[in-house]
Design a protein around this ligand. Structure first.
Ligand code: OGA
Ligand code: MN
Length: 269
């Protein structure tokens, strides 16, 4: 049994599937195809164990060996996660691994503990957003390149960093990517997010205006799916033709997600 139900016209589908066949990869090709078409796939109250999540993930791609064998804890509590300091960066639209040459292919979360308020996860379809741009604008964007760096996303959390903070952020990789990602399968998407430091070869004012304008455009309601979590829900998103963010929640929240990321398969081009 496998059924995909659209949650809105442009983004997000709920998947109903036989649980054990799903975990063993029985639907992996269907899921890969839907990921690109629908951006975000929801499996309600699936209650995957870490082992099952790892297993399922490995049927869709190569699991990034972070955390415990590919399952990391996403939490704002430094006692729970040693990267808790960076978790607040996820409150802003981003793609995972934008500062890498090959961004992650997909990310998936199982909800273990919910926030008392806020904490929804939002995903926007940047294929659809790009596709709907006026043709003249699409032309104008071709060839533009954007610098992506941790500095940009961390400045949103720490607006007045010390030189020591800046130095620490700058030890991490940064990247210049095209603003429009032309994928191998033929589709094109906007590559944006909190990691955008500046657009190359334009004035700082034009750069910030263009980035703000495109972010406004790409995060309009028809392109966005908002997931309201229940414990046990499993959410999987395409990380290459989307952006995502967590709706803010209390900094002392016990909200906990178990996350698995799939290695990117395609450099941005
Ligand atoms: C992530 C992320 C969003 C969330 O894990 O990469 O952005 O809602 N998570 O926790
Ligand atoms: Mn993320």
């Amino acid at each position: 049994m496998f059924k995909a139900i659209d949650l809105s016209p442009r983004v997000g589908s709920e998947i109903l599937a036989d649980r054990s066949a799903l975990i063993e990869g029985g639907y992996s090709r269907k899921i890969e195809k839907l990921l690109v078409e629908r951006s975000a796939l929801v499996f309600r109250e699936l209650f995957l164990t870490d082992e099952e999540q790892r297993r399922f993930a490995s049927t869709i791609g190569e699991v990034v060996p972070l955390g415990e064998d590919g399952v990391s804890k996403i939490s704002l509590d430094p006692m729970v996660s040693d990267t808790a300091d960076y978790t607040r960066g996820a409150f802003f639209w981003h793609i995972d691994g934008a500062n890498d040459r090959v961004p992650a292919k997909a990310t998936m979360l199982t909800a273990k503990v919910l926030a008392d308020g806020g904490g929804d996860t939002l995903i926007c379809n940047t294929y659809a957003a790009y596709g709907d741009l006026p043709e003249g604008e699409k032309k104008a964007l071709q060839g533009l390149k954007v610098r992506h760096a941790l500095e940009a996303s961390q400045r949103l959390v720490h607006p007045q960093p010390t030189a020591a903070q800046l130095t620490r952020w700058r030890t991490r990789p940064s990247q210049t990517h095209p603003l429009v990602w032309h994928h191998q399968h033929g589709g094109a998407s906007l590559l944006l997010g909190a990691t955008c430091l500046y657009v190359h070869d334009v004035s700082p004012e034009d750069s910030s205006m263009l980035l703000c304008r495109l972010h406004d455009w790409a995060t309009q309601e028809p392109y966005v799916y908002r997931h309201k979590w229940k414990v046990g829900d499993f959410l999987l998103w395409d990380n290459t033709g989307t952006m995502h963010r967590a709706d803010t929640y209390a900094l002392d929240s016990k909200r906990l997600m178990h996350r698995t990321t799939l290695q990117g398969e395609e450099a941005v081009a």
